[in-house]
Design a protein around this ligand. Structure first.
Ligand SMILES: CC(C)(COP(=O)(O)OP(=O)(O)OC[C@H]1O[C@@H](n2cnc3c(N)ncnc32)[C@H](O)[C@@H]1OP(=O)(O)O)[C@@H](O)C(=O)NCCC(=O)NCCS
Length: 200
């Protein structure tokens, strides 16, 4: 391998060393060939924490393939980045194509402190997306497994996600299970009118 792979010298959202020595043995068989975040199989593919500089590397453009991003200028991005850093518990993780410095995949692990289960730490998976021109090459599995194994390393007792029915097989193929009796995800939205009815 060798070549161009190197850690970008930017401002990381979280400590990149946390991504070292994840327990890939525990998910053997999920990826074929068996790539990992530290050995992606390609010298131009780098898995790393989100960096402040990724505003200029297409991170928001990538997110717009998942949902509406809206008007986020550099200042808004910087403020939100620093708010996440200060709060802690936000592990936005990206895949960079080093040949053009573009962010081509992303997933967010959010951790949550609990009093239950003897003051446990719980994990949620959010905002998973791979650039449409790079799909079907295991990058989705790679980025989701990376943050999943990171949650394990951080000591979380469980990690959960919400997804559309059509993506259930994708998540099953990397070890996620539907929770019996708990398969529904329920919400109240504050950003859309709810049939003209006032909620509160
Ligand atoms: C879901 C997503 C991240 C998968 O990325 P990817 O790099 O193509 O995934 P991989 O190559 O690692 O894995 C592909 C596997 O998932 C399945 N898969 C991926 N997207 C799928 C979809 N939309 N519907 C059904 N199956 C899908 C593929 O059939 C493939 O299965 P196989 O391994 O048995 O062949 C990507 O399709 C994406 O960004 N979609 C738009 C955003 C989105 O829906 N995000 C998930 C929110 S929960």
């Amino acid at each position: 391998m060798g070549g161009i792979k190197m850690i970008s010298p930017g401002t990381n959202l979280y400590d990149p060393d946390l991504l070292k020595n994840l327990d890939w043995d525990s998910v053997k068989g999920c990826l074929s060939p068996p790539i990992t975040n530290e050995n992606t199989g390609e010298n131009w593919l780098l898995v790393r924490p989100l960096q402040l500089e990724d505003f200029d590397n297409g991170y928001l453009q990538l997110l717009s393939q998942l949902t509406t991003v809206g008007n986020v200028d550099q200042e808004k991005f910087r403020n939100q980045f620093h708010a996440m850093q200060k709060a802690g518990g936000y592990y936005v993780t990206v895949v960079e194509d080093l040949r053009n410095s573009q962010i081509i995949g992303a997933a967010t692990l959010v951790t949550e402190f609990k009093f239950i289960h003897e003051c446990a730490l719980r994990a949620r998976l959010e905002d998973v997306v791979v650039n449409s021109t790079y799909r079907g090459k295991q990058l989705g599995k790679l980025i989701v497994l990376t943050v999943t194994l990171l949650s394990k390393k951080l000591g979380c007792y469980k990690m959960s996600l919400d997804c559309k029915d059509k993506l259930i097989p994708f998540y099953k193929s990397i070890g996620y299970k539907l929770e019996p009796g708990n398969a529904n995800s329920m919400i109240i939205r504050y950003d859309q009118p709810s049939d003209g009815q006032k909620i509160f």
